[in-house]
Design a protein around this ligand. Structure first.
Ligand code: SF4
Length: 299
């Protein structure tokens, strides 16, 4: 497996608790990387031949000093660097410029979330302020926008850009499925959003877990070097990726003879429910608790 992008979840904590969030981001979540860990991750990413590093979460600006230093180090090491944020900090354009100043010339993509989950209107004030300040500073930008369950939007492959349809995994599988249309379970015969055999980019959480999809783990970088994990990854032999590659979430249900409902909101909904049922059997690859909404501690 050749990796070109590593998306670092700097923290599971977030200022918001959005209904569509894949990673159950919340002010009550636990798990945040230290600067020392970020530096170790970047060292390993370089060794594994990664080109792009993204800092995201949760909300990475909550740990601003670590974010600033992490971006600076990644940029000096020759990575292309991106940040994904909800722009909660962009309360005015001049203030946003102060927040962004350390990233000028270092960040090649600032992606801000703006939709009805994060803001009162699709293009919220804070995201607008962040984008205007970034423009002043020549920081390239993008907008991540997720549609409501009853709106038409294109499905997404890989990283979300523009307005994308909801994917019913993580908190969305619980909070938004009551508002979604349903389809028979056995029609979900492929994973529509991720290339599980050659993912190209993976997410790394604050505990060191590498996720090919949120909650679907292929190794732990604090236990085995990233380069080694990539070299040894065999998607077909993975107990969850294997069935998913063979016949999507429906094959996961059939392979492990899982109880199931007659219909689901989408492939991710069935996949997430099936994986939740399988967690006790495959704790190494279906975790951590944070990704399944189990870890909501006070901070
Ligand atoms: S079908 Fe499963 S593996 Fe594929 S994107 Fe959805 S939740 Fe992830």
């Amino acid at each position: 497996m050749k990796l070109s992008g590593l998306h670092i979840l700097l923290t599971y904590q977030c200022t918001y608790e959005c209904e569509h969030c894949f990673v159950w981001g919340s002010p009550r979540q636990s798990g945040t990387l230290t600067l020392e860990q970020v530096e170790e991750i970047l060292r390993q990413a370089k060794e594994a031949g990664v080109d792009w590093i993204y800092f995201e979460g949760g909300e990475p600006f909550l740990y601003y000093a670590v974010l600033v230093k992490g971006v600076q180090t990644a940029s000096e090491m020759g990575f292309q660097v991106g940040i994904v944020s909800n722009a909660y900090w962009a309360t005015s354009v001049p203030d946003a410029a102060e927040w962004l100043q350390p990233f000028a010339g270092r960040v090649a993509d600032l992606a801000v979330s703006s939709d009805l989950y994060h803001c009162e209107k699709y293009f919220g004030e804070n995201p607008q302020n962040a984008l205007a300040a970034a423009k002043w500073m020549n920081i390239p930008t993008g907008v991540i926008s997720v549609a409501q369950p009853d709106e038409d939007a294109a499905p997404t492959l890989g990283q979300i850009t523009d307005q994308a349809a909801v994917m019913y995994r993580g908190r969305a599988a619980v909070a938004l499925t009551p508002r979604a249309a349903r389809h028979p379970w056995d029609q979900f015969a492929a994973c529509p959003h991720e290339n599980l055999r050659e993912p190209g980019r993976v997410h790394l959480d604050p505990l060191g877990n590498l996720h090919v999809c949120q909650g679907l783990v292929i190794g732990n970088l604090f236990e085995k070097p990233l380069k080694e994990i990539c070299k040894r990854f065999d998607a077909d032999a993975h107990p969850i990726c294997g069935p998913l590659l063979e016949g999507g979430p429906a094959a996961l249900v059939s392979e492990y003879n899982l109880p199931h409902a007659s219909d689901y909101a989408d492939a991710c909904h069935l996949c997430y429910e099936a994986r939740t049922t399988l967690r006790a059997r495959f704790p190494e690859v279906l975790g951590p608790d944070q990704m399944y909404g189990m870890e909501q501690v006070k901070i």
